[in-house]
Design a protein around this ligand. Structure first.
Ligand SMILES: O=C(O)c1cc(=O)[nH]c(=O)n1[C@@H]1O[C@H](COP(=O)(O)O)[C@@H](O)[C@H]1O
Length: 231
């Protein structure tokens, strides 16, 4: 199977809309991300249905809890047969190690969210993180790599610096906060275009509203795929 770099975020309130959109996409051009809203409403059955449509699934539940609880949740998520799952790196080293260990001998990839792409410097100050997003992301990415996870979620703005900072080449950089030149930011803060993201070294681009809310989602997906193909 080819390795499409676009992950379409199916952020919908119910499975009817989600499946309808999925059927309009081309599985050779994208994977699919199911997040908290849709999974809470539609559950594991929806994951099965999407896998029957031959999509690889990133189950984005961003676990963040004490090590035992987070690790058990990872085991349960991976048992669904999904391609990728995630946790928050701010859960700390012990949690990251426990989660990694819980997926021992499983094929599911485990990545950690560094800093949400909706956050900027002022938001970090408010929660007592007095440093730049770039520094914090770097620290959390190195910690995540030391704990043996497969990669991190970061914004594409940090990807270039991470790539030149000694991360191993196979370490995955997954970047949401992707916006087309003519689309608004919505609630995102640290954004980049698809082309910039790939130029900066992102492996996978998570894209929601610019595709899912477009009048013709498949056309936008095809256009972005062409744009990043030769970067
Ligand atoms: O883990 C994620 O996927 C994620 C991390 C992050 O830092 N920022 C972020 O936007 N996401 C997810 O990526 C998707 C972005 O959607 P759009 O803003 O509509 O493109 C949403 O489903 C978010 O939950």
């Amino acid at each position: 199977m080819c390795d499409p770099r676009i992950i379409v975020a199916l952020d919908f309130p119910d499975q009817v809309e989600a499946l309808e959109l999925a059927r309009r996409l081309d599985r050779s051009l994208c994977r699919i991300k199911v997040g908290k809203e849709l999974f809470t409403r539609a559950g594991p059955q929806l994951i099965e249905k999407l896998m029957r449509l031959d999509f690889e699934i990133f189950l984005d539940l961003k676990f963040h809890d004490i090590p035992n609880t987070a690790a058990s949740a990872c085991t349960a998520a991976a048992a669904l047969g999904v391609w990728m799952i995630n946790v928050h790196a701010l859960g700390g080293k012990k949690m990251l190690l426990a989660c990694r260990e819980s997926l021992h001998q499983k094929n599911t990839k485990l990545i950690a969210v560094t800093l949400l792409t909706s956050l900027q410097r002022e938001d970090l100050d408010e929660v007592g993180l007095f440093d730049t997003p770039a520094h914090i992301v770097q620290r959390l990415a190195l910690l995540t790599q030391q704990c043996g996870l497969d990669g991190v979620v970061c914004s594409a703005l940090e990807a270039a610096q991470l790539r030149s900072s000694g991360l191993i080449e196979e370490f995955l950089l997954v970047t949401p906060g992707i916006r087309l030149a003519d689309s608004g930011y919505n609630d995102q803060a640290r954004v980049a275009t698809p082309r910039q993201a790939v130029q900066n070294g992102a492996d996978y681009l998570v894209i929601g509203r610019p595709i899912t809310r477009a009048a013709e989602p498949l056309k936008v997906l095809e256009k972005i795929s062409r744009e990043i193909y030769f970067v």
